[in-house]
Design a protein around this ligand. Sequence first.
Ligand SMILES: NC(=O)c1ccc[n+]([C@@H]2O[C@H](COP(=O)([O-])OP(=O)(O)OC[C@H]3O[C@@H](n4cnc5c(N)ncnc54)[C@H](O)[C@@H]3O)[C@@H](O)[C@H]2O)c1
Length: 248
Amino acid sequence: MAFKNKVAIITGAASGMGLLAARNLCAEGAKVILTDVNKAAAEAAAEDIRGNGGDAMGMEVDVRNYAQVENAARAALEKYGRIDLLLNFAGGAEGRMLKCPAPFHEMPIDVIDWGLDVNLKGAVYFCRAVLGTMIRQKSGVIINLGSVTGMEGGGNGAVNYSAAKSGLVGLTKSIALCGAPYGVRACCVSPGPVLTRPDMANMKTRLGRAAEPREVVDLILYLCSDKAAFITGTNYMIDGGRSCGGME
Ligand SMILES: NC(=O)c1ccc[n+]([C@@H]2O[C@H](COP(=O)([O-])OP(=O)(O)OC[C@H]3O[C@@H](n4cnc5c(N)ncnc54)[C@H](O)[C@@H]3O)[C@@H](O)[C@H]2O)c1
């Protein structure tokens, strides 16, 4: 029960790694607010966790909307009285998520905005909304989900995704600087392909496979734990060696 009575806010928690992190944190004793733009799925996931004995609530939050972001932070404080962890999972490549196959130079501006706003501005908004509470508590951990694509470029359909994900590295270092005097830590975790979707198996890595979601979530939970108390401001590649270079 490494996270007994810790309170976590998770964005993009209705599916994939965000949902797995919510489940695993609850299994380790945490109280979790699952936020997602998909209200029905976030609430259903929280209900499922409660059905298995966990403490969770689901909330509709579009990370691009600061009023909704602030509302989630307020709800966490009203229900649980503190915020120990913020995990920023909401994101995805704009071309795929919005089913827009256009090349970058023909991409509608609203698709470009989506790529930047969900992947970067949403994390900035949530950091803004919780950092004051963590500073007052003199403790807290923020994890931003980067990507190997933020390090190597994304090409058509993922130009803004790549720009945003590399931006999260700067955001992470900046929040680490703001939080360090108060014992608040921030880390970025940048995965290569992860099997939250079967097609990720097509992306090459040096180890010849994609990651299982639990492999990434295990790293994140380690960084959230007291075992990682001396780690802040760093970006962790977890990409099967893809960032060593030379991969297609
Ligand atoms: N799967 C991979 O191969 C991989 C690789 C590198 C990085 N990542 C990153 O890890 C994170 C999680 O990936 P995943 O594969 O588990 O994703 P996923 O697609 O399963 O989950 C993303 C969640 O974000 C939510 N979301 C979308 N727009 C939102 C918005 N405006 N506000 C709030 N929530 C919103 C979706 O509803 C969804 O539940 C993402 O940031 C992704 O970019 C994934």
